[in-house]
Design a protein. Structure first.
Ligand code: CIR
Length: 258
């Protein structure tokens, strides 16, 4: 049976020192962030996901954003190599976690850089953002790792936000959603729906019509509910201050067989 496992990683006590690139730095309350993270994990569990905690990386402020450290396709875990040097150590615990789950492990190597937040999978199409964290060599290595397994990798420019998935994600029917002012080339996606809020562009597919979304995007939640989806809202305000979104707090592993 296909698994419904999701990797998560407890926030570091140094979370407030996390990187900010495209927004002004705001004070982060690490205690409140931990409460928000616990509610996020609970929302995954309530919707049938078995959460697997990667060993915490207390010295790495951004380690809670576990999505950036690994890209899953079928049973292969491609360990990322962040374009932000300060985030590279985060992969250590993640390598162990995916190996323990029985994944086959592959790596992005120097000079390649790639953050998991730049990778959006829709079926066997893998969109990869070329932006501040992912370079051309990283994209070539992603292609080399996954195209032989049946994926088609499509590279897209990202200049207005941190990652591709800060700009766009996809609904269960494959429609790509994004807040137009933050999307470089909406025309690259076969079906594109514009949403009214920047954080409304981020959805985690929980299964069926259910979408995990940030509470900061109520208008988008209303729009998507009107289209027959079921938004499940979580407050991730402390992570949003560090350019985090609902997608980056977990790695869903749907194609493992257990
Ligand atoms: N995939 C994501 O959206 N990750 C968010 C990472 C935020 C972190 N402060 C960073 O700049 O790397």
């Amino acid at each position: 049976m296909p698994s419904k496992k999701a990797l998560v990683r407890r926030p570091s006590p140094r979370l407030a020192e996390g990187l900010v690139t495209h927004i002004e730095r705001e004070k982060v309350d690490a205690g409140l962030a931990t409460e928000q993270w616990e509610a996020y994990v609970e929302a995954l569990r309530e919707h049938g996901w078995e959460t697997v905690e990667v060993d915490p990386a207390d010295d790495n402020p951004d380690s809670v954003f576990v999505e950036d450290t690994v890209v899953m396709y079928r049973n292969v875990a491609l360990i990322a190599r962040s374009g932000a040097e300060s985030r590279r150590e985060e992969t250590i615990g993640v390598e162990e976690a995916v190996a323990r789950l029985g994944c086959s492990v592959n790596w992005i190597w120097e000079p390649g850089t790639l953050d998991g937040g730049d990778v959006l999978k829709i079926g066997d199409t893998i969109y990869v953002g070329r932006g501040g964290r992912t370079n051309a060599a990283g994209i070539q290595q992603l292609r080399a790792a996954f195209e032989p397994l049946g994926a088609q990798v499509v590279a897209v420019p990202v200049s207005k936000v941190l990652h591709l998935k800060s700009a766009v994600t996809a609904l269960p029917d494959g429609t790509v959603i994004g807040h137009i002012p933050k999307v470089d080339r909406p025309s690259l996606f076969p079906r594109f729906l514009s949403v009214p809020e920047e954080s409304g562009a981020h959805v985690v597919l929980l299964g069926g019509d259910k979408l995990l979304m940030a509470a900061s995007a109520p208008k988008t939640a209303e729009l998507l509910a009107d289209l027959g989806f079921e938004p499940v809202l979580v407050d991730i305000g402390e992570f949003e201050k560090l350019e985090g979104c609902v997608t980056c707090l977990s790695v869903r592993m749907r194609d493992l067989y257990a």
